[in-house]
Design a protein around this ligand. Structure first.
Ligand SMILES: [Zn+2]
Length: 296
């Protein structure tokens, strides 16, 4: 029995939610998950009539689709000033909109590292902001995604610390981002299992019973640079940081990372939940992932 649902973020035809969902439910009936992508909405969010939202929810129910939503890239949980002036308001707006569309979780990239701010303080600020948002909205999860770029807060270890401190915050495992950030770290089955093991060790077995994941092929570069913290500036001690950074998404057949080994790890580790495909071939690759998972 399939324990993992697969689905795309939007679709190759359109990112417009209802149209995309109609297409997926008619032509890709094996797919049982769908992520509404609000990633590119920089300043204004779309608004939908209650009839539109009702139709969207009806379609989800009819085809037993699990829905999630991706918040705009521009909302930051690490930037104090931005969060206060408009970030919090916008995130709450996204979450309300997502609830209206029947989504169970809103996925967000937590934000960039703030210059002069220590790692522990980033964690504190993100925890504080998550609590603030979640105190004003019920019945929906906030999902913090592992990020792929070297300037973004959101390494697995950082997010695990946040998730342990806030109820209703879940970790979203983006396999491509983990691969990219580690400079191509997911090379064999054990590498993928290690990630899941780390989750289980820190958050307990329950986290594996409903895990939200993203998958795509990914191209990345290796960045080498001195640290740019205030401490570096004051002490003059420079440390060279070498890490990978996401460049762009690729179709899953580019094997970066190899979908077979990730899916095998998920199956062997008995993970249940959702895999959203964010490759340029969205629903086509989501179906491919479903088929690979079924044959393993
Ligand atoms: Zn994302």
């Amino acid at each position: 029995m399939t324990k993992v649902r697969f689905g795309p973020s939007g679709s190759t035809k359109t990112l417009e939610p209802l149209e995309a969902l109609e297409y997926i439910t008619s032509d890709f009936t094996e797919l049982k998950a769908f992520e509404v992508p609000f990633t590119m909405y920089q300043y204004q969010l779309p608004s939908y009539s209650s009839e539109y939202k009702e139709n969207f929810q009806k379609l989800l129910q009819k085809h037993e689709i699990y829905a999630s939503c991706h918040a705009p890239f521009t909302i930051s949980l690490t930037n104090l000033r931005q969060f206060r002036s408009y970030g919090k308001k916008r995130l709450l707006k996204v979450m309300k909109l997502a609830k209206g569309l029947g989504c169970s979780i809103v996925v967000i990239h937590p934000g960039g590292y703030q210059e002069g701010l220590k790692k522990e303080n980033h964690i504190k600020i993100v925890v504080k902001h998550c609590k603030e948002v979640l105190s004003e909205i019920q019945n929906i999860y906030l999902g913090l995604e592992t990020t792929g770029k070297h300037r973004q807060f959101g390494k697995l270890e950082e997010l695990l610390e946040v998730v342990q401190q806030v109820e209703k915050v879940k970790i979203v495992l983006d396999w491509a981002h983990i691969h990219a950030r580690g400079g191509g770290v997911l090379k064999n089955l054990d590498d993928a299992i290690n990630v899941l093991q780390k989750l289980e060790n820190t958050l307990g077995n329950d986290v594996l019973k409903d895990l939200h994941m993203h998958f795509t092929g990914v191209e990345f570069t290796i960045i080498q640079q001195p640290t740019l913290s205030l401490e570096t500036f004051l002490t003059g001690k420079k440390e060279i940081i070498r890490e990978g950074s996401e460049k762009k998404h690729l179709p899953i057949n580019q094997n970066s990372p190899d979908p077979k080994l990730i899916l095998k790890a998920i199956k062997e580790f008995n993970v249940s939940g959702t895999i959203i495909c964010e490759s340029p071939l969205r629903e086509i690759d989501a179906l491919q992932l479903f088929k690979i998972y079924e044959t393993l």
